[in-house]
Design a protein around this ligand. Structure first.
Ligand code: C6P
Length: 420
C-alpha cells in the first residue's frame, strides 16, 4: 500500500491519468462489497480517502497531537505550525492572495452560514434581495432564507432550463438596486451543470454586488482559482476532495473578513476579554472560536498534496471522459431519462427510469457492489422543476474508470429485468 503523499498513478504532466492505478491508493476500494469489486459512484456525497491522507491523520495523532496557538511546548508548536501550514496549502490550492483569507470551517454548509450571519445579515433591510438559483443545494438556500426571514429581505431565484442550465438573461434582470449578494453553485450536485460563475461574477461586480460561490462540487474535480474568478466568497468541503469529514473552508477577500463581526464567540477568537469590553483577534482567527479540527486541517493539506501531485487538469480531463462515456452508455437503457443535460457538465449523472423507483434501483444495484445515491440530493427545487421526487445519481471521481460505468450499466440492466 502506498502511504506517501505521491499517488502511484502517472505523474504530473504525463498525459492521461491512470485511474486504475490511482484506485490502488484507496484502501477502502480494495474490499469487496456484497461479494463484488466495489464500484463507488457516490463521490458527490463524499469521496474516499487515499492512504496518504489516512497516514497523515494517524501520524498527527501519534506524533503531534496538541492544542494550537495556546501552548509553548514542543508538541503545541508543532501542531500550530502544521495547522497554519495547512491554511497556506489551502490558500495556494485555491489561488488566494494570502493565507489569512482562509477560514477553516466544518465544511461548505458552515462556511455559507458564516457569510449569511456575519457578512449579510447586518447589511440587510426590508425589501433587500439575495439572488440564488433554482439548482442550489439546500445549504445555499436555507442560510439565506434564515437571514431574509429575520430582516424582511427576500430571495430572488434564477430559473433553470429543462436541460439544467441557468437562464442568464433572467439573471441579468434580477441584478438590481436592492441586490445585496449573489450566491451561486459552481457545479450542481444534482445535475452536474458547471455554471459560468466567472461571467456571472463580472455582471454582479459591474453593479458592485458581491458574490459567494458554493464550490463543494467543483474543487475536487477541476482547477479553481478564486482570484481569476474574482469571487468574494468561496466555500468548499474537505471530505468531497479526499480529505477528512468535519473540515472545509471559507475563502473571503481580506477586506471583507476585516469588516465582518465574529460568527461565534469563544476561545482563540479574542485578543483580550474583560467585562468592560472584549477585543477580537485578527483574521482569520476571529472566525475560528474554540479548538478547531486540527487533524482535519492537516488531513486536508495531505489531500491537496495528493491532488496537486496528480494535477487538477488531468483529473478534470479524466472525469470528463468517464462522464461522456457514461452519457453514451445510459442511452442504451430503455425508459431512462437523464436529468441534467447541460453543455458544460462535471462528473454527475442523474437519471430516472420509467417504472423503476430510484430507491429500488439503489438498493438492488448495491447488491452487486455498485454504490450510487438516490433521493432528492438536498436539492428539492431541482426535483420540483423536473417533476420528480427523486433521481438515481452516479457521481464520479479520479479513481473511477470506464469499467466502473460498464458495471453500472450492467447493474441497471439487471435491475430493470428483475422489476419488469
Ligand atoms: N452535497 C451530495 O450528496 P457539506 O455537507 O457542508 O459538506 O456540503 C453541503 C453541500 C453544499 N453544496 C453543494 C453543491 C453540495 O453538493 C453539498 C453536499 C452532498 O450531493 C450531500 S447532500
Amino acid at each position: 500500500m502506498n502511504t506517501a503523499s505521491d499517488p502511484v498513478g502517472a505523474p504530473v504532466g504525463a498525459g492521461p491519468l491512470d485511474a486504475e492505478a490511482l484506485r490502488a491508493d484507496f484502501p477502502i476500494l480494495q474490499q469487496p462489497i456484497n461479494g463484488a469489486r466495489l464500484v463507488y459512484l457516490d463521490n458527490a456525497a463524499t469521496s474516499q480517502k487515499p492512504a496518504s491522507v489516512i497516514a497523515a491523520l494517524e501520524r498527527y495523532y501519534r506524533e503531534t497531537n496538541a492544542n494550537i496557538h495556546r501552548g509553548i511546548h514542543t508538541l503545541a508548536e508543532r501542531a500550530t505550525a502544521q495547522y497554519e501550514g495547512a491554511r497556506e496549502r489551502v490558500a495556494g490550492f485555491l489561488g488566494a492572495a494570502e493565507a489569512r483569507e482562509i477560514v477553516f470551517t466544518r465544511g461548505t454548509t458552515e462556511a455559507i452560514n458564516l457569510v449569511a450571519q456575519s457578512y449579510l445579515r447586518p447589511r440587510l433591510a426590508p425589501g433587500d434581495e439575495i439572488v440564488v438559483s433554482e439548482m442550489e443545494h439546500h445549504s445555499n438556500i436555507v442560510p439565506w432564507q434564515l437571514v431574509a426571514e429575520a430582516t424582511g429581505a427576500q430571495l430572488r431565484v434564477i430559473p433553470i432550463s429543462d436541460n439544467g442550465e441557468l437562464d442568464l438573461d433572467t439573471y441579468a434582470e434580477l441584478l438590481g438596486e436592492r441586490t445585496r449578494l449573489v450566491a451561486i453553485g459552481h457545479v450542481s450536485n444534482a445535475l452536474g451543470t458547471i455554471n459560468p460563475v466567472g461571467a456571472m461574477i463580472r455582471s454582479a461586480h459591474a453593479r458592485d454586488i458581491p458574490v459567494l460561490v458554493d464550490g463543494a462540487q467543483s474543487v475536487p474535480h477541476m482547477p479553481v482559482d478564486v482570484r481569476a474568478l474574482d469571487a468574494d466568497f468561496f466555500a468548499f468541503s474537505g471530505h468531497k476532495m479526499f480529505g477528512p469529514t468535519g473540515i472545509g473552508a471559507l475563502y473571503a477577500r481580506a477586506e471583507l473578513l476585516e469588516a465582518m463581526p465574529p460568527y461565534q464567540g469563544g476561545g482563540e477568537m479574542i485578543s483580550k476579554v474583560s467585562f468592560s469590553g472584549t477585543e477580537y483577534n485578527i483574521i482569520p482567527h476571529k472566525f475560528e472560536a474554540g479548538t478547531p479540527h486540527i487533524a482535519g486541517a492537516i488531513g486536508l493539506a495531505a489531500a491537496i498534496d495528493y491532488l496537486e501531485a496528480i494535477g487538477m487538469e488531468r483529473v478534470a480531463d479524466h472525469e470528463t471522459d468517464v462522464l461522456a462515456y457514461a452519457h453514451r452508455r445510459v442511452r442504451e437503457i430503455e425508459g431512462l431519462q437523464i436529468i441534467g443535460t447541460a453543455a458544460d457538465k462535471a462528473g454527475v449523472l442523474s437519471f430516472v427510469i420509467d417504472g423503476v423507483h430510484p430507491n429500488d434501483l439503489g438498493m438492488l444495484i448495491d447488491q452487486e457492489g455498485v454504490a450510487i445515491r438516490t433521493g432528492h440530493h438536498c436539492a428539492m427545487p431541482v426535483m420540483e422543476h423536473f417533476g420528480v421526487t427523486a433521481t438515481a445519481r452516479a457521481s464520479f471521481a479520479l479513481y473511477n474508470t470506464r469499467d466502473d460505468v460498464d458495471r453500472l450499466i450492467d447493474g441497471i440492466h439487471n435491475v430493470c429485468q428483475m422489476l419488469a
